[in-house]
Write a new protein. Structure first.
Length: 277
């Protein structure tokens, strides 16, 4: 089995987009995952011509568009679960605009819905009330996502980041309640730090709901910068015939974009080789 490797583009944020794509392909990745704020503050500011240009650049460099993440970094002030109904409406309209952006950038894209600050409890709401608003909002955008061929992924987050959807089990329960093929979940090494079971066991149990995998060290650095053993998770993915992307999402950019991209992929390739030898 050959894994499909992609990388999140924030490390290349200040690079011209074409140069970033060229460097990502040169490092050995075949996919690019985009943070919308690296394109513009709002999806509306990315014109049809710019969307077509990005799509053409991605293809011309031999890459595949994987999807979007960090959905609500900009514009500031959005919140999808709080008590302000008008703010929730505007926030979910932003998600709808991102669904269209995702579809315009390439087919079969995913949208990783982390955004801890924009979904955690606020305004005196209980965790249950905020979670209900999150579920209702996801259900409201699911038909559009289905129509556009986009899959919205509920990302479980550690306790220190958000109190709405803290475990993969909770994410899977939400996916089941909504019952749309356009709403699924994903696995992120760094964000699973509070899970009580081994990461491999979690991925195996919930494999049928997982459409995307983010790899990083437990502290958010790039793969190989720490001591995390990726082999158990990779073994499960290999054994279960995982067809999605294994996407590097690093949070520490101090090594520089090219170095972290190369070192991470070489480390993963080494661990994958050990599985196959």
């Amino acid at each position: 089995m050959v894994f499909r490797h992609s990388i999140c583009n924030e490390a290349f944020d200040k690079w011209p987009f074409a140069d970033a794509c060229k460097a990502i392909r040169a490092a050995g990745y075949s996919g690019i995952e985009i943070a919308p704020f690296t394109l513009a503050e709002t999806p509306a500011e990315v014109s049809a011509a710019q969307r077509a240009e990005c799509r053409d650049i991605i293809g011309s460099e031999g890459l595949t568009f994987v999807g979007l993440h960090w959905l609500m970094v900009s514009p500031k002030g959005l919140h999808v679960t709080g008590p302000d109904e008008e703010l929730r409406r505007r926030s979910w309209d932003h998600i709808r605009a991102l669904i269209d952006l995702c579809a315009d950038l390439g087919p079969n894209g995913v949208m990783v819905f982390g955004s801890p600050n924009q979904r955690k409890t606020t305004g005196g709401m209980t965790r249950e009330e905020a979670t209900r608003n999150y579920i209702d909002g996801l259900a409201s955008v699911a038909p559009q996502a289905e129509d556009r061929g986009v899959t919205v992924l509920v990302e479980a987050l550690p306790l220190a980041q958000s109190d709405v959807v803290q475990t993969l089990a909770e994410a899977v329960a939400i996916v089941g309640e909504i019952g749309s093929p356009a709403v699924r979940t994903m696995f992120d090494v760094h964000n699973a730090i509070d899970e009580h079971e081994s990461h491999a066991a979690l991925v195996d149990r919930y494999f049928d709901f997982i459409r995307h995998v983010h790899v990083n060290e437990l502290d958010g650095r790039h793969c190989g910068a720490g001591s995390y053993d990726f082999r158990p998770v990779l073994e499960v993915l290999q054994r279960r015939g995982y067809a999605g992307w294994v996407s590097l999402e690093a949070f520490d950019f101090t090594p520089g974009a090219e170095r972290l991209a190369n070192e991470s992929l070489r480390h993963l390739e080494s661990q994958i080789h050990q599985l196959q030898s």
